[in-house]
Ligand binder design. Structure first.
Ligand SMILES: [Fe+2]
Ligand SMILES: [Fe+2]
Length: 313
């Protein structure tokens, strides 16, 4: 990675775009903006509730909403490790390139706002849904595990998440907005708008971190990225079990062991596609990884292949 591959001129342009997207948590959720529990909250492509054979329409909608609640919590918890990563990076910059410093501080401010946004939505969800839906955590323990890895490894996971968020909105949510709860749709849209700047900033952060690293340091970061992705996948598997238990509670039914296994399989695949494959295979993420290391790119492609092969079983 050379200095020429880190386009410094990007920071003023990113600041300009960030200034155009200005919203507050209170603009999106509150007493006068109730969630509509008669509608799904997320597009079917992200939850695959209707893909479960024999699940009636009401149960599929409830599972969609349970998945929406876990979406809030999962995004909230990943933001809890992204925030310190970005703050630490901003600390290294000083005031020479003040546009860069301002851009990363803005990135951190927006991520802390997003944590508050997800928490407010989760509270509104719990109040309106009427049933507590368990989620994995606690977020701090997951953040501590992730942050125990190299900063570049964590930055790669963050880059994956930023591009994955772009994909969720552009490929799944944007064309489904009329069918979904308007408030949840608004959350997804406003989050996407700010994450577009984060994705560009994170690509710059990955590039500038790598500038001072040798091949061994970059190889460690790729290994760290893969370790964190595998760890998150285990978390998603545990979340599927909690989601099924929530669905049983809400619908007051108990699924048979074969039915439960079938749901577990379909939902694990859904989490894997929505949260892992969507980021790992995003062309912009792949481009950043290729710029770091051809071997690292091959390792991540092999992990993608492994996940997709799991699907066939
Ligand atoms: Fe965010
Ligand atoms: Fe972000």
């Amino acid at each position: 990675m050379t200095a020429a591959t880190v386009p410094k001129h990007s920071y003023p342009a990113i600041l300009k775009d960030a200034a155009r997207v200005a919203w507050q948590v209170e603009d999106l959720i509150g007493p006068h903006r109730p969630l509509d529990f008669t509608r799904p909250f997320l597009p079917e492509a992200l939850v695959q509730a209707k893909a479960i054979p024999g699940l009636d329409a009401e149960a599929a909608r409830l599972l969609n909403q349970i998945r929406s609640n876990s979406y809030l919590h999962l995004f909230g918890l990943v933001e809890e490790f992204i925030l310190p990563l970005v703050v630490d990076h901003a600390k290294t910059l000083g005031c020479d390139d003040i546009a860069a410093t301002q851009a990363y501080l803005g990135f951190a401010t927006e991520e802390s706002k997003h944590i508050r946004l997800f928490r407010e939505f989760a509270a509104a969800f719990e109040a309106g849904f009427g049933h507590r839906c368990e989620v994995i955590g606690p977020p701090q323990a997951i953040a501590d595990f992730v942050l125990s890895h190299s900063p570049l490894g964590v930055a790669l996971v963050t880059l994956h998440i930023e591009w994955m968020t772009q994909r969720h909105f552009l490929e799944s949510v944007r064309h489904q907005q009329d069918a979904l709860d308007p408030q949840f749709c608004s959350l997804l849209k406003h989050h996407w708008q700010e994450e577009a700047q984060h994705a560009r900033l994170d690509a710059l952060m990955v590039g500038s971190m790598a500038q001072t690293m040798d091949a061994r340091g970059i190889a460690t970061a790729i290994d760290d990225y893969i370790a964190i992705i595998r760890y998150l996948y285990q978390g998603f598997k545990a979340q599927v079990q909690l989601d099924i238990a929530s669905l049983e509670r809400v619908t007051e039914r108990t699924f048979s062991a074969p039915k439960r296994n079938e749901m577990q399989r379909i939902q694990e695949r859904s989490y894997q596609n929505a949260f892992l494959i969507a980021g790992m295979t995003h062309p912009s993420f792949e481009q950043s990884v290729r710029a770091l290391s051809a071997t690292g790119y091959a390792q991540i492609a092999a992990l993608t292949h492994e996940f997709l092969s799991d699907d066939d079983q």
